[in-house]
Design a protein around this ligand. Structure first.
Ligand SMILES: Cc1cc2nc3c(=O)[nH]c(=O)nc-3n(C[C@H](O)[C@H](O)[C@H](O)COP(=O)(O)OP(=O)(O)OC[C@H]3O[C@@H](n4cnc5c(N)ncnc54)[C@H](O)[C@@H]3O)c2cc1C
Length: 398
């Protein structure tokens, strides 16, 4: 910045956009921060699982009024030997992963309250209208900084005709259902059942929950809705009404070269799903998006924003590495027994450990030599180890 006051446009007012506005409004040199959001916050539709694993990243008190409705102790992984099993078949293994700062949220409420708090601090909101390609060009011309938090595919890559630069996605369905979740309200469940992906039941209270299913591999069902319904029956959560089910895609990060997260000629920066950084193994993207936006704001405050692509990559690297390896346990082996041994080995770790700390996870696995030998004595896994420690992701040479 040159010492004069600057302006910033934030495209997309979901978690990553709100985090960007939070970071930018704290910088004294900004006199105008405007968020463009196509939906109205009062009726915003949420296509998401609503588990926020580190709510300390959100500048709101974690109260039910602010949408933080279920303060969970952690998440329980339940590994089954397949989808063709009796309803009461016990899991091959379970692992309880602690998550002290985690909540299951009413995400629309969180976003509404967060936006209201920002508005009170002087952020301008233009809601209820989609930013068109023409609007995009005008915005890029009119503001000093543009933060694109419009999700995947981003407005920026659409404007450039480069949406094929995203290298892949996962598909997920979710809905909110009513039922009796009192047996595991504090330990939301994640069901691994032999395919590359999982189903989940995330209680918001004893009596309602966000449930869903997602596929991270190339093999996907012919009938997505039917697959969710049979997963619900198998895993004893209520079958959602089809009209309540959202179908959405999640980028599998790193699904975009981080160099494409910054366009210096126009001072455009991509954060969150727009930058393709959601976790490729379990689909989590809320905290990732918020962290990327805070990182960008810090770099702008320090006048070092040109370092954003590299810093974003550095921030995400250990998560990319671990996700690449964890996906290998599914993709290379497709062996529920092996997945069960790995789940056993992970018992008692935190969600943060199994998301962002490869060394911690690897230590746990090698402490079980039989599991480690079976997991790593495989050409595909060895290739993944090499790839993950040489940062070779699929958008480059793999
Ligand atoms: C079914 C499902 C379940 C998931 N579960 C979880 C979970 O439990 N926990 C987790 O951490 N992650 C989860 N994820 C991933 C998570 O939802 C995303 O990673 C996260 O929403 C990314 O946030 P974002 O702000 O970057 O983008 P988005 O949430 O995609 O937000 C983009 C925003 O931009 C707005 N926008 C888009 N285009 C325009 C336009 N032209 N003009 C104006 N505004 C525009 C949209 O309305 C939206 O508000 C899940 C995803 C799916 C699909």
């Amino acid at each position: 910045m040159d010492g004069n006051q600057s302006t910033a446009a934030v495209l997309g007012g979901s978690v990553s956009g709100l985090a960007a506005a939070t970071g930018l409004i704290r910088i004294a040199d900004f006199d105008r921060v405007t968020v463009y959001e196509r939906q109205e916050y009062d009726e915003k539709r949420v296509d998401c699982g609503e588990a926020i694993n580190d709510t300390t990243l959100i500048p709101l008190a974690p109260t039910p009024e602010n949408g933080f409705v279920n303060d969970v102790d952690g998440f329980q992984l339940r590994v089954y030997d397949g989808t063709d099993r009796p309803v009461d078949a016990p899991p091959l293994a379970t692992a309880n992963l602690h998550c002290e700062p985690g909540y299951i949220c009413e995400r629309d409420v969180v976003e509404r309250r967060w936006a209201a708090a920002l508005e009170a601090r002087g952020v301008e909101f233009r809601t209820g209208r989609s930013v068109s390609p023409n609007d995009y060009a005008d915005i890029v011309d009119s503001y000093d900084y543009v933060v694109d938090a419009s999700g995947q595919p981003s407005l920026t890559l659409k404007a450039r005709g480069e949406t094929l630069e995203y290298t892949g996605d996962m598909v997920a369905l979710n809905a909110t259902v009513e039922g009796d979740f009192s047996a595991y309200a504090n330990w939301p469940r994640i069901f691994f059942e032999g395919y590359v992906g999982y189903a989940w039941a995330f209680p918001k209270s004893d009596s309602h929950a966000n449930v869903g299913i997602g596929w991270a591999g190339d093999r996907r069902p012919d009938d997505y809705f039917g697959a969710l319904e049979t997963a619900a029956e198998r895993n004893s959560f209520p079958v959602p009404d089809r009209s309540d089910v959202n179908v959405a895609t999640i980028p599998k990060g790193p699904s975009l070269d981080s160099a494409r997260a910054y366009y210096p000629d126009e001072n455009v920066f991509l954060v969150g799903d727009a930058a393709g950084i959601a976790n490729r193994y379990q689909g989590e993207g809320i905290c990732q998006g918020i962290r990327s936006a805070y990182l960008l704001a810090t770099l702008i405050a320090n006048g070092n924003e040109s370092a954003y692509p590299q810093e974003l990559y550095d921030l995400m690297r250990s998560e990319y590495r671990l996700a690449h390896l964890m996906r290998g346990t599914w993709v290379e082996h497709e062996d529920p027994e092996l997945l069960a041994s790995i789940a056993d080995a992970l018992e008692g770790l935190t969600i943060d450990d199994v998301t962002r700390r490869p060394a911690t996870v690897l230590r746990r696995i090698v402490s079980r030599p039989t599991t480690a030998i079976e997991l790593f004595a495989d050409a595909g896994m060895l290739g993944r180890i090499y790839g993950s420690y040489t940062d070779t992701w699929e958008y480059s040479s793999v």
